[in-house]
Design a binder for this molecule. Structure first.
Ligand SMILES: NC(=O)c1ccc[n+]([C@@H]2O[C@H](COP(=O)([O-])OP(=O)(O)OC[C@H]3O[C@@H](n4cnc5c(N)ncnc54)[C@H](OP(=O)(O)O)[C@@H]3O)[C@@H](O)[C@H]2O)c1
Length: 375
């Protein structure tokens, strides 16, 4: 029986994780749950899974009977430290996921990582600690799970390129001239995946793919110029790896995050999920296109951020989180999101960090600068 902590259990990844656990009570036992604000749902989940310790970022009031609540910004990391799980599923959205990931690798756990921001912000710190403490990161992001699976049994020196697929989001075919008029409702309707608000907007700007390029760099140790993005609107091929003999391995499947989550929870084996199989014949067409980097500048911004890999990706992420909020609150236009990110990066280029605490401070400063650009 593996002890599992689910961080961000009230969100899209968290709820899918609990659905996987429900299907395998013989193998997985939840020992801790965390959320940001949704106290009621968190309490219901704690009762269902028999969990007596939870973390809630914004908690005021008294703990429900039989459940102890840790609160505040560091509560999720404390939960990981106190419960000593075998596996930590990090499904928190945004930079708030960094500290608990850091804690998980420092105690040698398997980190089932959906929170890509952990590596975008602190890839250098996290990968170094992972090696030192014998921890393991198993990616949950479907693209990185695909790459991880394609690399199984292969030699790193034989990898030629990583081909990261992208759905292209809802505005793939929309003319750039009309981007200024995009509404939050339009941007929130993703064609193939159902996800939280921030990642859905990031998929529409393709900043999500920018974050994923950085995530792939830290996870797989492949140079940036060998990580290519391929637009694949059907989201059936989750990503590919090309080897030096020009052979390409692709991992495919239905667009359902429970598959990648289950793989991370059962790795290095696989578990029965009883989901609908993929009907390839019914798909008929699988398309692949190059990304339009003029229409979607986020990909170039992410590569620029990696010129200062220990600081600018943190700035980029914080500015993007702030700008996405501004867009959802209708305070800025859709096309201004990436402008704000770039300008914030320009202001903080050359920053230095020497500890995770410095990174958290840099994240705060980036948010302040980005917020000042939003009316
Ligand atoms: N959804 C997907 O299909 C998918 C796919 C690949 C990767 N990911 C990645 O997985 C992560 C989660 O995405 P999601 O779509 O599941 O997001 P989501 O639905 O918005 O859920 C986010 C979760 O994080 C919690 N949270 C938010 N801010 C927090 C804070 N400051 N402190 C502690 N907890 C906080 C939320 O709690 P409350 O709801 O209680 O506020 C919620 O439980 C993101 O990094 C995303 O990029 C998601």
């Amino acid at each position: 029986m593996k002890k599992v902590v689910v961080l961000g259990s009230t969100g899209s990844i968290g709820r899918s994780t609990l659905d996987v656990v429900r299907r395998r009570p013989d193998k997985l036992s939840v020992v801790g749950l965390s959320a940001g604000t949704h106290a009621r749902l968190l309490e219901e989940q704690a009762r269902e899974f028999g969990v007596d310790l939870v973390a809630l970022n914004a908690f005021s009031g008294s703990s429900p009977e039989g459940v102890q609540v840790l609160s505040g910004e560091k509560a999720a990391a404390e939960l990981v430290a106190l419960t000593r799980p075998d596996i930590v599923v990090n499904g928190i959205s945004g930079a708030a996921g960094f500290l608990p990931s850091w804690q998980a690798v420092r105690q040698g756990a398997v980190l089932a990582l959906a929170n890509k921001e952990s590596l975008v912000i602190g890839g250098d710190f996290i990968t170094r600690e992972m090696e030192r403490h014998g921890a393991r990161i198993v990616p949950v992001d479907s693209e990185h799970s695909a790459i991880f699976q394609c690399l199984a049994g292969e030699r790193p020196e034989e990898v030629s390129r990583i081909l990261l697929t992208a759905s292209g989001g809802p505005f793939r075919t929309r003319p750039k001239e009309s981007f200024a008029g995009i509404t939050p409702e339009e941007a929130l309707s993703h064609p193939t995946w159902s996800m939280g608000r921030r990642i859905t907007i990031d998929s529409a700007t393709m900043m999500n793919k920018g974050l994923e390029i950085i995530e792939a760099y830290w996870l797989f140790g492949v140079d940036l110029d060998r990580i290519m993005v391929v637009v694949h609107p059907q989201s059936i091929v989750h990503s590919m790896v090309e080897f030096r003999d020009m052979s390409i391995k692709a991992q495919m499947g239905i667009p359902d995050m429970r598959v990648a989550i289950a793989y991370a929870l059962s790795w290095p084996s696989r578990m029965e999920l009883n989901l609908e199989p993929l009907d390839l014949a019914a798909m008929k067409t699988l398309e692949f296109f190059p990304p339009d980097e003029d229409k979607f500048p986020a990909l170039g911004i992410a590569r620029e951020a990696m010129e200062q890999p220990c600081t600018l990706p943190c700035v980029m992420n914080a500015a993007d989180e702030t700008a996405v909020e501004g867009f959802l609150e209708r305070r800025i236009r859709f096309d201004e999101i990436t402008d704000i990110v770039r300008k914030t990066m320009d202001k903080l280029a050359g920053s230095r960090v020497s500890s995770p605490e410095d990174l958290i401070e840099l994240d705060r400063e980036s948010r302040k600068i980005a917020e000042n650009m939003i009316p």
